[in-house]
Design a protein around this ligand. Structure first.
Ligand code: F6P
Length: 322
């Protein structure tokens, strides 16, 4: 009988989760495993929402946003009783290894499964890029691309009306979406958790830019560092300039994955399955300096947040004199 390997997606969805599922299913088949799809993350593991997922089921999904397995944030899995139910389901289905695709909460769950004797590999997927052990998580690139394409549209109308566009982007613990979009967009100002917040300095810059004839400026605010609505209000109150808040919200989490996301998702999925085929659980896969690697989930979770010194310096230079 072929061994069974389970796969689930958990936490906030990201573009590229489907590409990762496809990769896991095809790599499982390649390694002689039967892939079992678990619906709605850990919630489906608890309720027993488990069914076989065949290579033909993942034929056309690499370009699709969302996750065909659905996802959830599951409080019950935080409890001993919930975990026990999940372990019972895993045993009932004879699942001998798990691939968990998600962010830090999902990784913590993966570590629990592994510790309880189910070899489990974690694959990083979160648009926030807030798993600093890996340079990139699945979905981050698509989110940045979405943000910079929206920025261009917002800049057009801000320019016509001579307004300041204050754009709130996702990123709770980590300002990478705002930082990357601030460089690539570009945006004249960013407010991110990694940078000391000085709204008065931003106000001064906006006023001096206006005096020099610049009719529109963009301010990107990472949600973890402040609210777009409040920031726009503050700018208006302090400068008298018309400032409009735009919250991009869930638009950043949907849509087709970028090529980079699909490539990463594909490599991560294969690598995860190959680790399990070799009997290596408790690992997190990632990419560092363009090299695929894996390390203990615990070590991955304990990695300190990036200071982003180099990118912040690049941003400083590029945003001078807007
Ligand atoms: O997935 C990460 C994230 O997108 C955060 O940036 C955001 O704050 C959060 O998820 C929103 O989560 P939910 O789907 O629970 O509203």
């Amino acid at each position: 009988m072929r061994k069974k390997l389970g796969v689930l997606t958990s936490g906030g969805d990201t573009p590229g989760m489907n590409a990762a599922i496809r990769s896991v299913v095809l790599a499982a088949d390649d390694n002689g495993f039967v892939a079992m799809g678990i619906k709605k993350g850990y919630a489906g593991l608890i309720s027993g929402d488990v069914s076989r997922i065949k290579p033909e089921d993942v034929r056309d999904i690499a370009n699709m946003g969302g996750t065909i397995l659905k996802t959830a944030r599951c409080r019950e899995f935080m409890t001993d009783a919930g975990r026990q139910k999940a372990l019972n389901v895993i045993k009932a289905y004879n699942i001998e290894g798990m691939v968990v695709i998600g962010g830090d909460g999902s990784f913590a769950g993966a570590e629990v499964l592994d510790r309880h004797g189910i070899p489990t590999v974690a694959v990083p997927a979160t648009i926030d890029n807030d798993l600093p052990y890996t340079d990139f998580t699945i979905g981050f690139d698509a989110a940045v691309n979405l943000v910079i394409s929206e920025m261009a549209k917002i800049r057009d109308t801000m320019n016509s009306h001579e307004r300041i566009g204050v754009i709130e982007v996702m990123g709770n613990q980590c300002g990478d979406i705002a930082l990357y979009a601030g460089i690539a967009g570009p945006a004249e100002n960013i407010v991110i958790p990694e940078k000391e917040k000085d709204l008065d300095e931003i106000c001064d810059r906006l006023v001096s830019e206006r005096i020099k004839g610049k009719t529109a400026s963009l301010v990107l605010v990472a949600e973890g560092a402040g609210s777009g609505i409040e920031t726009a209000q503050y700018i208006h109150d302090m400068t008298g300039l018309e400032a409009k808040a735009i919250v991009l919200g869930y638009t950043q989490r949907g849509g087709s994955p970028s090529a980079a996301d699909r490539m990463r998702a594909s490599s991560f999925g294969i690598h995860a399955v190959q680790l399990l085929a070799r009997g290596n659980g408790g690992r997190a896969v990632g990419i560092r300096n363009n090299n695929l690697f894996d390390e203990e989930i615990k070590a991955a979770l304990a990695t300190e947040p990036r200071a982003q010194t180099q990118l912040l310096e690049e941003y400083r230079i590029l945003s001078r004199n807007g």
